[in-house]
Design a protein around this ligand. Structure first.
Ligand code: PRX
Length: 657
C-alpha cells in the first residue's frame, strides 16, 4: 500500500494526544503565529530567540545572508561573542550543578552506568581544555576526535569549544584510510582517540587504526589516548599522550575564551554526489541557537526530562542532539555506547526503562531491525516514562511508523519525523508535537524561519500549488545553516547553490500534499542512504577501482528491507581475471577496509560491460532500475554505445525475482 493511501485510511492515527497538548510548549495557534513572524521579520524573530544563549558581547546585527550566485554569504549574529562550553556547562552550575547532565550507558550490561552532573562535567571539560592547551592547541587549531561513545567524547567537544579549537569528529567505524583523509583534510594538530571502542560485544582497535592512519598524514599530529578497555597498545614516545595521566595533573580552573559568533565550532565530513567527502563547517553562535531551540521545541523538552538520542557523536545527529542542543538547554542527555541488539534485541527498551527516558530519538533502520525480532522484546519492559518518540535519517515507512507508535509509544506518544541534514545543523521540517498532528511517513511542516520550496527539476521554477512534487530547496537561510566547505568555498557554492540559482538545494526529492505536509521521497543525486548513513556512490566506486583486479565499477542504491537502501555494485574485472566467490568476498572486505564496515557492499554483480553513452558516460539511471529489479521502465536505451550490455546485465541480475 502506498504511503499516501495508508495515511488517508487511518485519520485518527497521528492526532495530538490531549494530555500532551495541554502541557506542550507550542500549540497550534502559537506555531502559526510564531512561524508567520519568523518569515515576515526574521531579524526581529531571531534577534529575540538568540537571547536564549548567554552572550559575552551581545549582537547588534542579526542576519546578513545571501543565496545569490557569486555572492553566497551566510552570517548570523555576526558581531556577537560567546563561548559554547560556557553556554552548555558553566551557566547551568548555579541552578543545576548537582543535576545529571550526561547518563552514560556502557556497551557491557555488567558495567555500571555513570551519572555525570553539570559540576562534574564542568570539572572534566575545564581540565581537558587545560590539557589541550598544554599540548599546544590554540584558538582556530583543528582537533580530530576518533572516540567511542563515551563521556570523554563530549568532554573533548566541549573542551575544544572552550578554547576555540575546531573539532572534527570521525566516526569510530571508519577505517584508517578514511581517518587519514580527514586528519589531512583539516590539517589537524591533535587526534583524540582511545585504545579500543567496545560495541556490541566486539572491539574496534582505535589506537592501532590511528597509528596506521598517521603513517599517511602529511603533518605530525599528536595523539591523546583515553584508556577505555585498558588493554595494551603500541606507543610512540613524544607523539602519544595518556589522557588519564594528563587529566590527573591538570588544573580544573580554566576560563572559557571569547569567540565570535561566526567563528567555526566544528567541521564534519559528509558524503556528496561527487568526489571526496566534504568538510561541512558549522558556526558558533547561529548553530548553537538553532540546535538548542530545535531540541527544546521539536522534542518538547521540559526541565527534568531525560532525553535519549541513540545516534553516534560521529554524525551530526549526535553533535546537535546528544551534546550541543540538550546541554545548552540544561537537559539530561543519555550517551549509549552499544547497539540496539546487544546483548539482545530488548536493549533499547531496557535502557529506556532503566533511565526512565522521556524522549527517545532513533533511526527507522533500527526500528525496522527491532520490529523484525518480535514484540516480546518491547513488551517485557516498562516504557511508561516515554512521552515522545523521534525518527531521523531516512524516510520512515508506515509499517515501521505504526509499530513504533503502537508497540513502543502505546499510541500515546507523538512521533516527530525530523527531516534535516549535516548541512542544516538542526531540524528543518518536523512536527512540533503539541501543534501539528502527524501522518505516518511525513515530516509534516517547517520549523520556525524555514522556507521550503518545491521546484520543478527541469525548469527550476517554484511549484506554487499546494500539492506539488519535485526537488526540495530552501528559499532563505536559518541560523544553523552550514557556513562553508572547509578550505573550499567554491565547492560550497557548486554543491548547494549552482543547480537552482537563488536557492539552497537539499539533494532530496519531496512531495507536498493537499494539507501542505511535506513527504521526503529520498535523494535525487548520487548519494545513497544506508541504515541512515549517508554514502556517496563515488566513494565506494573509487574504493573498488583501487583494487588491482577491478577495471571499472558503478555503484547504486537499491531498496533493502532493513537498511532502507543497500549498496549494489557493478564490477568489471581486468581482462584476465575470473570472477569467483573468493574474489566476491575479497572485494567486500576490501571496501570495508578502505572506508569502513558501513560501506560494505550488499550485492556485487560481475559486469562484463557497463551501459555507457557514446561519449562514455555511465548511465546510472539504467543501473538503478536493474538493481531494483524494475526492467519495465528502463527508458530510452537507444543512446547507448552498446545496448546489448543491458540485456546481459538483466540476465545476470543477482537474486533475480
Ligand atoms: O535524504 C535525507 C535523509 O538524510 C539526508 C541527510 O543525511 P545526513 O546529512 O547524514 O543527516 C542525517 C541526519 C540528519 C537527507 O538529505 N533524511 C534525513 N532525515 C530524514 C531523511 N529522509 C527522510 N525523512 C527524514 N526524516
Amino acid at each position: 500500500m502506498s504511503v499516501k493511501a495508508k495515511a488517508a485510511a487511518a485519520p485518527e492515527v497521528g492526532a495530538i494526544p490531549e494530555n500532551f497538548k495541554a502541557k506542550a510548549h507550542i500549540d497550534a495557534a502559537t506555531y502559526e503565529k510564531m512561524y508567520a513572524a519568523s518569515i515576515s521579520d526574521p531579524e526581529a524573530f531571531w534577534g529575540e530567540h538568540g537571547k536564549r544563549l548567554d552572550w559575552i558581547k551581545p549582537y547588534s546585527k542579526v542576519k546578513d545572508t545571501s543565496f545569490e550566485p557569486g555572492n553566497i554569504s551566510i552570517k548570523w549574529f555576526e558581531d556577537g561573542t560567546l563561548n559554547v562550553a560556557a553556554n552548555c556547562v558553566d551557566r547551568h552550575l548555579k541552578k543545576r550543578g548537582n543535576q545529571t547532565a550526561i547518563i552514560f550507558e556502557p556497551d557491557d550490561i555488567h558495567e555500571p552506568a555513570q551519572y555525570i552532573t553539570y559540576r562534574q562535567l564542568h570539572n572534566q571539560v575545564s581540565k581537558l581544555a587545560n590539557v589541550l592547551e598544554q599540548l599546544g592547541i590554540r584558538k582556530g587549531d583543528r582537533v580530530v576526535i576518533y572516540l567511542p561513545m563515551i563521556p570523554e567524547a563530549a568532554y573533548a567537544m566541549l573542551a575544544c569549544a572552550r578554547i576555540g579549537a575546531v573539532h572534527s569528529i570521525v566516526f569510530a567505524g571508519f577505517s584508517p584510510d578514511a581517518l587519514a583523509a580527514r586528519v589531512n583534510g583539516c590539517d589537524a594538530k591533535l587526534v583524540i582517540t582511545a585504545d579500543y571502542a567496545p560495541r556490541g560485544g566486539r572491539k574496534t582497535p582505535l589506537k592501532s587504526n590511528t597509528d596506521a592512519a598517521l603513517l599517511h598524514c602529511i603533518h605530525d599530529p599528536k595523539v591523546l589516548m583515553v584508556r577505555r578497555t585498558r588493554e595494551q597498545t603500541t606507543w610512540v614516545e613524544g607523539r602519544d599522550f595518556d589522557y588519564g595521566e594528563m587529566m590527573l595533573e591538570a588544573s580544573d580552573v580554566q576560563h572559557p575564551i571569547e569567540i565570535n559568533a561566526e567563528d567555526p565550532l566544528f567541521i564534519l565530513y559528509t558524503s556528496g554526489s561527487t568526489g571526496h567527502p566534504k568538510g561541512v563547517v558549522h558556526s558558533t553562535g547561529g548553530y548553537l541557537v538553532y540546535a538548542a531551540m530545535t531540541h527544546q521545541y521539536t522534542f518538547d523538552y521540559h526541565d527534568g526530562d531525560v532525553f535519549w538520542c541513540t545516534a553516534d557523536v560521529g554524525w551530526v545527529t549526535g553533535h546537535s542532539y546528544i551534546v550541543y542542543g540538550p546541554l545548552a538547554n540544561g537537559a539530561t542527555t543519555v550517551m549509549f555506547e552499544g547497539v540496539p541488539t546487544y546483548p539482545d534485541p530488548g536493549r533499547f527498551w531496557e535502557v529506556c526503562e532503566k533511565h526512565k527516558v522521556n524522549q527517545f530519538y532513533t533511526a527507522p533502520t533500527a526500528i525496522r531491525a527491532l520490529m523484525g525480532q518480535g514484540d516480546e522484546w518491547v513488551e517485557k519492559h516498562d516504557l511508561s516514562s516515554l512521552k515522545l518518540l523521534g525518527s531521523v535519517g531516512e524516510p520512515i515507512n508506515p509499517e515501521a511508523w505504526n509499530w513504533y507508535n503502537e508497540k513502543v509509544g502505546k499510541g500515546k506518544c507523538p512521533i516527530v519525523d525530523t527531516w534535516w541534514q549535516t548541512e542544516t545543523g538542526g531540524h528543518l521540517i518536523t512536527p512540533l508535537p503539541g501543534a501539528i498532528s502527524t501522518k505516518p511517513g511525513s515530516a509534516t511542516k517547517p520549523f520556525f524561519g524555514v522556507q521550503p520550496v518545491i521546484l520543478d527539476p527541469q525548469s527550476g521554477l517554484e511549484i506554487d500549488s499546494v500539492e506539488a512534487e519535485g526537488v526540495l530547496c530552501l528559499k532563505d537561510s536559518w541560523p544553523g545553516q552550514m557556513r562553508g566547505v572547509w578550505d573550499d568555498h567554491g565547492r560550497f557554492e557548486q554543491a548547494y547553490f549552482s543547480d537552482y540559482k537563488g536557492y539552497y538545494f537539499s539533494g532530496d526529492g519531496c512531495r507536498r500534499d493537499a494539507d501542505g505536509y511535506y513527504w521526503i521521497t529520498g535523494r535525487v543525486d548520487d548519494v545513497i542512504n544506508v541504515s541512515g548513513h549517508r554514502m556517496g556512490t563515488a566513494e565506494v566506486e573509487s574504493a573498488l577501482v583501487a583494487h588491482a583486479k577491478v577495471a571499472e565499477a558503478a555503484v547504486v542504491g537499491y531498496p533493502h528491507p532493513v537498511k532502507g537502501q543497500g549498496i549494489y555494485c557493478y564490477v568489471t574485472l581486468m581482462n584476465d581475471v575470473e570472477p569467483t566467490q573468493e574474489l566476491y568476498q575479497e572485494l567486500r572486505q576490501w571496501v570495508r577496509h578502505e572506508i569502513g564496515p558501513i560501506a560494505s557492499p550488499d550485492l556485487i554483480q560481475w559486469a562484463p560491460g557497463l551501459p555507457k553513452t557514446r561519449s562514455g558516460k555511465i548511465m546510472r539511471r539504467i543501473l538503478r532500475k536493474i538493481a531494483e529489479n524494475d526492467y519495465g521502465s528502463l527508458g530510452d536505451t537507444s543512446t547507448l554505445a552498446d545496448p546489448s550490455v543491458v540485456e546481459d546485465l538483466i540476465e545476470n541480475r543477482m537474486n533475480k525475482g
